[in-house]
Design a protein around this ligand. Structure first.
Ligand code: SF4
Length: 509
């Protein structure tokens, strides 16, 4: 059960005995639980085992396996006998000590739980390993859908409590901003607890149902399709209506006389659009509702909704304001479709220039299907965002501003559970991390309420000394493996994450 550090040392690090009943006081967070023998503290992360304070979760050591030539080989989830890997440490693997299960630096006066010296890529490095207690934290959720989920700034609720709001939509996605110190600590106790629980579930890859005021009910789960009002979303649009008109203009040319791509943002009308002009397509005389932005590009053709292209339109012909008899002609072939190609209607104008629905010709259908083919799968992305405050930084150095400067100068690499983070410019160490790049069960909570998350700072040994690090607390990796190896849990290093001090891959952080 314990994370493997000699119990007496762990006791000194995180708590103290109280009275003569075997009670121990945990001081790993401000709650200061008094834990009776055989019981766990309020967060479930610390326990009293025979009068000694122990950590309930194992320390996680992330490992990768290299062949003799230095080429990385896939980590086997099963051994040679086909047995599932049981999480024991591999002797022939390179190891990185993550902050998961490491313990915190609260109440801010002690060095981080593990300050590990090791060699990465031939460089002598130090990795400062800790867990942070984050009251200032939240998640940004990106939901790939055109569907209107709710007005910007609308409250987002979980279990009846407000836990965040709708923020600005991005290209092809609706965005939510959840958590933050005002929901965690600035409202009622219930609001804080539900906000904390919502963040923890989302960061742990669990599904959460969110209700948006004057909007949709959405089930959100990292790396899974969003479920909007009970319907799983499948496609992320290929582009706005204008872009869709432009991308497929050549393929429609000769097959149809006009294409209207409905979009809540920019509805495209092919023959007016510059793409149609470049192809010398004659104007169709079909005018759509809304505010004309530039030729062939219309804003506000309808209200936002869950109909065609994120509008409230279910009858696409209702956006046709007029058909100019001086320009249009009987037999004109009109296609209306959406930015995902999920909806399409093909019409031919009759003698009175009224659109009459016809079966979509095969050549036209092929292009509509190609719109769908070019859509990516709709997913939810969950990005944890937090600021590394005083406690975390004091665990690294006696002069915390030096750590901030070192991070800003890119001398110190910051990771969370081994996953790379994006560091915001400006003051402090404010980070964002994709929770799907972290090991399982990387997050915890304390009932203040706040989220507990791992954080590691890796830098060349000389830089650690230069920034006034806790040199006396540095231990070699071999010692950590010796002392923690029995009870620690090994996790597969994720191939998409750069190894400490290596360059990132494919433009990712
Ligand atoms: S909530 Fe957890 S970390 Fe905080 S004092 Fe209690 S047992 Fe320790």
């Amino acid at each position: 059960m314990a994370n493997g550090a000699p119990p007496s040392q762990e006791m000194q690090k995180y708590g103290a005995r109280e009275g003569d009943q075997g009670i121990v006081r945990c001081d790993a967070c401000p709650v200061l639980c008094r834990i009776r023998p055989g019981r766990v503290g309020a967060c479930g992360r610390y326990a009293n085992e025979d009068g000694l304070l122990t950590r309930s979760d194992p320390l996680v050591l992330s490992q990768r396996v290299a062949e003799a030539g230095g080429v990385m080989v896939p980590f086997q989830a099963e051994d040679a006998q086909g047995q599932e890997w049981d999480g024991r440490l591999l002797a022939n693997a390179e190891t990185f000590v993550t902050g998961i299960g490491s313990g915190t630096t609260y109440p801010d006066y002690k060095p981080a739980p593990f300050i590990v010296s090791s060699q990465y890529g031939g460089v002598d490095t130090v990795t400062v390993v800790t867990e942070g207690i984050f009251s200032y934290c939240g998640v940004k959720v990106k939901i790939d859908t055109d569907r209107h989920l709710g007005p910007e700034t609308a409250p987002v609720r979980a279990a009846g409590e407000m836990v965040g709001h709708v923020t600005t939509a991005e290209y092809g996605s609706q965005m939510l901003s959840l958590g933050g110190v005002r929901h965690l600590t600035g409202g009622s106790k219930k609001e804080g607890n539900i906000a904390c629980d919502t963040l923890l579930k989302l960061c742990s890859g669990e599904a959460v149902e969110l209700e948006i005021e004057e909007g949709a009910t959405v089930t959100v789960q990292a790396d899974r399709a969003p479920i909007v009002n009970g319907h799983p979303e499948e496609r992320m649009r290929v582009g706005c209506g204008s872009a869709t008109v432009g991308i497929f203009a050549q393929q429609w040319h000769g097959q149809v006389d006009e294409v209207i791509v409905l979009d809540d943002h920019i509805t495209g009308v092919l023959t007016e659009h510059q793409a149609g002009r470049c192809l010398d397509m004659p104007l169709s005389g079909i005018r759509v509702r809304g505010r004309k932005s530039t030729p062939g590009r219309y804003f506000q053709v309808a209200e936002p909704g869950s109909g065609w292209g994120g509008t409230d339109i279910t009858d696409p012909l209702s956006i046709v304001e007029k058909i100019d008899p001086k320009t249009a002609w009987p037999g004109l072939r009109l296609l209306l479709t959406s930015t995902t190609g999920e909806d399409a209607l093909y019409c031919v104008l009759d003698e009175e220039l009224r659109p009459q629905q016809r079966e979509i010709p095969a050549a036209v259908r092929k292009v509509v299907e190609r719109i769908g083919e070019n859509c990516e799968p709709a997913l939810c992305s969950v990005i944890f965002m937090a600021g590394a405050g005083g406690s975390l930084r004091a665990g690294v150095t006696e002069n915390p501003v030096h750590l901030t400067q070192s991070v800003k100068q890119a001398l110190t690499r910051v990771t969370m559970g081994g996953a790379p983070v994006y560091i915001w410019p400006g003051g402090g160490i404010t980070v964002m991390v994709d929770v799907t790049r972290m090991p399982e069960n990387a997050f915890g909570y304390v009932p203040t309420p706040a989220i507990v998350a791992p954080m590691e700072f890796t830098m060349p040994k000389a830089d650690y000394e230069a920034l006034g690090g806790h040199a006396g607390a540095v231990v070699p990796l071999e010692q950590v493996l010796r002392e923690q190896g029995e009870s620690a849990k090994a996790a597969r290093w994720r191939d998409e994450n750069p190894w400490p001090l290596e360059q990132s891959k494919g433009g990712r952080p």
